[in-house]
Design a protein around this ligand. Structure first.
Ligand code: BGC
Length: 428
């Protein structure tokens, strides 16, 4: 029997402004990518020129059969200087939203996806008490102008991400895992020192005060991020009452091997459970998952030697998504949208398989009554993978960055076919 999805299920793909648009010159990362000792493998530059080619990309999505596009509005473009809003940038996103409408694509808009205006860092960044209000002011400006065209808004992408970053840094300093696994230099620590020196100079503040979104967070810093979400929710509700509001979180499927139950529970608490109170009043939860982690009595267990890994060094585990959805649904009672899920690979057949297995898991959850309303694959296009530059390929569509030509991979057509049939792939 055909395993169908609910009517109006959101099938799509996701991007983030800084990773695809190109020339995000007023942002913090644009500055950081170019610094001496930078931890970025390469600068983002023109990225995949999506700021110019959005129309073609949206039309291509529709042609592939997808009905949803998750993308982000870039704060640094909208408010390049504190308190000064750029009408041209706002109008750009107005036209992007209109292009979605024309193509029958439902937009899910993210207001903050890692990159911030450079000025925000100078005034204290994501550890400043003033940041929730600043973020809400930017959201109010955008949503009062564009909200009527935005059915879903994610205020902040991966609000919990610094928990994971702190973990990677801990593993690195404990010498358990090297950054070489994900393609970074092993002399990272020394480079960090140089980089942070240059960073302080570039932002005109003490380097210890440079707090961009992916910096290790203090406890108060975490609260500030979630307070920014809540402050944004209040203003968005007021200026655009019809828009559904949520945030997104990065969640590994956390498993315990024998004796690791307590460690696993600790991770659940750190990564997810502690933040639940802030979600009260949200309309949906944006769930993002890429893999799983297993905890034993001594902590995080290494990935078995013979297991398949993605280009990111993660365990290839498409079933992780189903497990995370099930876990999350036990703790919250709002609809879930899978706002990111995917795999970095240069073997597109592995992506097709990943999609089949992940989607089959989503279907099983829905069958069991869990309200999953959509699935947006990461990513629409091969793009700028932050510090790792253009070396990791998550895209359904390849891009020749010399010509900016788009080349849909078989996985793009595959996901489009699934979307059109609104059912699990045949083999499941
Ligand atoms: C982020 C994306 C990133 C993706 C793949 C997520 O954590 O939201 O910006 O490219 O993972 O690593």
């Amino acid at each position: 029997m055909k395993k169908t999805f609910p009517e109006k299920f959101l099938w799509g793909a996701a991007t983030a402004a800084h990773q695809v648009e190109g020339n995000n010159t007023h942002s913090d990362y644009w500055t950081m990518e170019k610094l001496e000792g930078t931890t970025f493998k390469e600068p983002s530059g023109d990225a995949v020129d999506h700021y110019r080619m959005y129309r073609e990309d949206i039309a291509l999505m529709a042609e592939l059969g997808l009905n949803t596009y998750r993308f982000s509005i870039e704060w640094a473009r909208i408010e390049p200087q504190e308190g000064i809003f750029n009408v041209e940038a706002l109008d750009h996103y107005r036209v992007v939203l209109a292009a979605c409408q024309e193509s029958g694509i439902t937009p899910i808009v993210t207001m903050h996806h890692f990159s911030s205006p450079k000025w925000l860092i100078t005034v204290g960044g994501w550890e400043s008490e003033g940041t929730p209000a600043r973020f809400a002011r930017y959201c109010e400006y955008v949503m009062s102008e564009l909200g009527s065209m935005i059915p879903y808004v994610c205020t902040i992408n991966e609000a919990n991400i610094s928990v994971g970053i702190a973990k990677v840094i801990k593993q690195f300093t404990a010498g358990k895992e090297t950054f070489a696994q994900v393609g970074l230099q092993t002399d990272m620590q020394q480079r960090m020192v140089t980089y942070y020196g240059a960073l302080g100079k570039a932002f005109g503040i003490d380097p210890r005060q440079v707090q961009h979104f992916l910096s290790p967070r203090t406890k108060r810093g975490f609260s500030l991020i979630f307070e920014a979400h809540m402050a944004a929710r209040v203003v968005i509700r007021r200026v655009s009452p019809a828009t559904k509001i949520g945030l997104t979180m990065s969640l590994f499927d956390i498993q315990a091997s024998s004796g690791g139950e307590e460690n696993a529970q600790h991770e659940h608490q750190e990564e997810f459970l502690q933040f639940i109170p802030y979600l009260k009043g949200d309309d949906f939860f944006g769930l993002q998952n890429y893999s799983s982690e297993t905890y034993g009595p001594d902590g995080l267990m290494p990935i078995p030697e013979d297991a398949e890994r993605t280009q990111m060094g993660y365990l290839y585990n498409p079933e992780a998504l189903e497990q995370v959805i099930r876990y999350v649904s036990k703790h919250i009672d709002i609809p879930i949208i899978v706002t990111e899920n995917g795999t970095a690979t240069d073997n597109d057949e592995r992506r097709v398989e990943f999609i089949n297995r992940a989607i089959s898991g989503v279907h099983a959850c829905i069958q069991d009554g869990i309200p999953v309303q959509g699935y947006t694959h990461w990513s629409l296009l091969d793009n700028f993978e932050w510090m790792l530059g253009y070396t990791k390929t998550f895209g359904l569509i390849a891009v020749d960055r010399n010509t900016q030509k788009r080349m849909p991979k078989p996985s793009a057509r595959h996901l489009g076919t699934i979307a059109q049939s609104n059912a699990c792939p045949n083999e499941y």
